[in-house]
Design a protein around this ligand. Structure first.
Ligand code: TPP
Length: 714
């Protein structure tokens, strides 16, 4: 059999060579295989299903291998190595452990399976096909990687039923899984184990574990003792450049143990060992990592165990040899009936389990059940509108001159009461981000009902875990960090936008206005960089009323993430009086009209610079130049507004000038390339913020100068 170290202390053997001995005996084993016994008898609610005979297991795993190599060959592109190597792990997991029902891919209490190594997408597509996800037909497998197919190069959530999260950028899936496991524990604490009680499994590769985000994710998971998180590490010792030894010598078992995991090392081609490790993991009081030693491209005669099987079609000769090694005699894309039936039976295991869950849900107290379902569907409570109205009424009665980060806290005090699904947090900047309300308890291993997560200094892990929570459902995650550190969150924010997930990032200290911390902490290009991400809403409210309105819009944004860019410095309340309508809803609006009908200048600004524009308007009036001011809290909403409305908001004055304490990029879409711009074109500097605004020329006087100069040219 395979040489697998028994303990974490033993050195890893060289694994760059195919294990021909194993491959040679496989056909004999397969010859002895009998027809698959009906698996329906294995259905066992709660516990693991009974093991398949070894020969049957092999045939089922080989079905995955065959589909993977045939689909990649047909597409002449893709990654056969991982599916072929991890087929045994996946077969044991999906036939014996995973709680799922292909008839209802969105069943809220299903176990989550995350393929973090998204390049191995054919593993997932083969599993979805074999276990009976209706849409995943053999034709879709044949159309692997073709435009419009359900089988894109990397798994895309929302595109293919059964794909829990979009993976491909390594490390993200693992961190998403941590978020899913947090969501499970939190919702179980709120709604009880009768309706929320599932595991989160993640298959992670060497690449996943080399990415820095994996450290943030596993450290958080270990700290929170997420014992229902089970990481299956496809420990094949190969990445694109060749053997892992070229670039890495981490003992992953020790690393996970140090983070608070139970960790073990097994032979990833031994179904009994895989099952035993999963059994133990399910009972663990800590999260578990199972390092499954596998051979990449298992079965391929010359490419198994080598990087050459990682990411390219194997080629006709190699596939022929693999078929021989595996004893797989069926033509491409054909699965023998007995094997197909065995897989379908595995897919049917979940049906009675789901029926039992539905009964338990029905037995819940009606109000609790309705609340659970509302939250799972992602519907907002009518309490939100009432809370926003009340906040705006309070502000019209007693205006507040506060920083928009404090305005956000003021909003959150009411919004988090209205929406118990809001789970906040901060990457160790709680007191600066103002994201924790007075009533919020911290979430901890001892009490998962807490609604505030101390993420530690882990912005990337935080953003990816938030994606996992949103994907899980039942939670609207929001976070806190400095806007400048959006760079540290960006890959996860991009995926939230791609997946259309409602996560809300509170990002404070949004400009040189943060002052003394200096240029390392002062965002300059960040608003533009975030606005460049499709389907991300970047809000930059100008005062406390806009902050409340932007929070409402972010919460209503069911299919897109949001960033709230907020100030450290105080801002005057520009919006006086009570207006029931959300004036930010179209992304921009005229906040200060010209006194007459003869406006020749439109001043556009966001956030803290709106007050500067309003003052510039007053100075222009003194020069008998009529101007209007448009507040632009959200570019994306303005761009999405009906054309006529947008044109009305932007207006048609002779001159447009924009002012924002960031770079110009992006503003031309609103002010035109001939418009004037007052903002930043370099990094900031350390100093008191008022001195910085003077130094960088972001002042009402400079706005006036820009307007006058533009008028002279026009
Ligand atoms: C963040 C990120 N960087 C780089 C890549 C490109 N890439 C895809 S797979 C891979 C490494 C492959 O090694 P491993 O993760 O061990 O997968 P295996 O070879 O076992 O399939 C790389 C660098 C990526 N997908 N994501």
């Amino acid at each position: 059999m395979l040489s697998v170290p028994k303990s974490a202390k033993e050195p890893r053997p060289l694994r760059s060579l195919p294990r021909l001995a194993v491959l040679k005996i496989m056909p004999e084993r397969l010859l002895a295989a009998s027809a698959a016994p009906a698996q329906a008898s294995r259905i066992a609610a709660g516990g693991a299903a009974a093991p398949a005979a070894r020969a049957e297991h092999d045939r089922m795993a080989n079905a995955i291998r065959a589909l993977a190599m045939d689909a990649v060959e047909q597409a002449n592109s893709g990654h056969p190595g991982l599916p072929m190597g991890a087929a045994d792990i996946a077969t044991v997991l999906f036939t014996r452990f995973l709680k799922f029902d292909p008839a209802d891919p969105a069943w809220p209490d299903r176990d989550r399976f995350v393929l973090s190594a998204g390049h191995g997408s054919m593993l997932l597509y083969a599993l979805l096909h074999l276990t009976g996800y209706e849409a995943m037909t053999i034709d879709e497998i044949k159309r692997f990687r073709q435009l419009g197919s359900l089988t894109p190069g990397h798994p895309e959530h929302g595109h293919t039923a059964g794909v829990e999260t979009t993976t491909g950028p390594l490390g993200q899936g693992l961190a998403n899984a941590v978020g899913m496991a947090i969501a499970e524990r939190h919702l179980a604490a709120q709604f009880g184990g009768d309706v929320v009680d599932h595991f989160t499994y993640v298959l992670a590769s060497d690449g996943d574990l080399m990415e820095g985000i994996s450290q943030e994710a596993i450290a958080l998971a270990g700290h929170l003792k997420l014992n229902k998180l089970i990481v299956l590490f496809d420990d094949n010792g190969i990445s694109i450049d060749g053997p892992l030894s070229l670039a890495d010598s981490v003992d992953q078992v020790k690393r996970f143990e140090a983070a608070g995991f139970a960790a073990t090392r097994i032979d990833g081609h031994d179904p009994a060992a895989i099952a035993a490790a999963l059994e133990a993991a399910k009972k663990s009081e800590r999260p578990t990592m199972i390092a499954c030693r596998t051979t990449i491209g298992f079965g391929a005669p010359t490419k198994a165990g080598k990087a050459s099987s990682h990411g390219a079609a194997l080629g006709a000769d190699e596939i022929k040899g693999a078929r021989e090694n595996l004893g797989w005699t069926s033509p491409p894309f054909e699965i023998p009936t007995a094997i197909r039936e065995a897989w379908r039976a595995a897919g049917a295991r979940g049906k009675p389990v789901r029926a039992a869950w539905e009964q338990r849900l029905a037995a819940l107290e009606p109000e609790k059940r309705a609340e659970f379902l509302r939250r799972v569907r992602g519907e907002l409570s009518p309490k939100l509108a009432a809370a926003v109205r009340e906040l705006k009424q309070k502000l019209s009665a007693a205006p507040k001159e506060i920083a928009s980060r404090s305005a956000s806290e003021f909003a959150l005090e009411a919004l988090t009461l209205a929406l118990p699904e809001m789970v906040g947090g901060s990457a160790d900047l709680t007191g600066s981000n103002n994201t924790r309300t007075k009533a919020m308890k911290a979430m901890s291993a001892a009490d998962y009902s807490g609604r505030f997560i101390h993420y530690g200094v882990r912005e990337h892990g935080m953003a990816a875990a938030m994606n996992g929570m949103a994907l899980h459902g039942g939670i609207i995650p929001y976070s806190g960090t400095f806007l400048v550190f959006s760079d540290y969150c960006r890959p996860a924010i991009r995926l939230a936008a791609l997946m259309g997930q409602r996560v809300i990032h509170v990002m404070t200290h949004d400009s040189i206005g943060l002052g003394e911390d200096g240029p390392t902490h002062q965002p300059v290009e960040h608003l533009a960089a975030l606005r460049a991400i499709p389907n991300l809403k970047v809000f930059r409210p100008c005062d406390v009323v806009e902050t409340v309105e932007c929070w409402e819009l972010a919460l209503q944004s069911k299919d897109a993430p949001s960033v709230l860019a907020l100030t450290r410095q105080n801002l005057p309340q520009l919006r006086q009086g009570f207006d029931e309508h959300n004036r930010c809803a179209l992304g921009a609006y005229e906040i200060a009209a010209a006194e007459d009908d003869a406006a020749v200048v439109s001043l556009f600004a966001s956030g803290s610079e709106v007050a500067i524009a309003v003052e510039a308007k007053r100075l222009l009036a003194a020069k008998k130049i009529s101007a209007r001011v448009v507040s632009v809290p959200c570019f994306e909403l303005l761009a999405a507004a009906p054309a006529a409305k947008r044109a009305g908001i932007v207006g048609r004055t002779r001159v447009n000038v924009a002012v924002e304490a960031g770079i110009r990029q992006g503003w031309d879409a609103i002010i035109g390339s001939a418009g004037g711009f007052v903002g930043m074109s370099s990094f900031g500097a350390s100093g008191p913020y008022k001195a910085l605004y003077q130094h960088f020329g972001i002042t009402p006087e400079k706005v006036v100068q820009a307007a006058v100069a533009a008028l002279e040219k026009s």
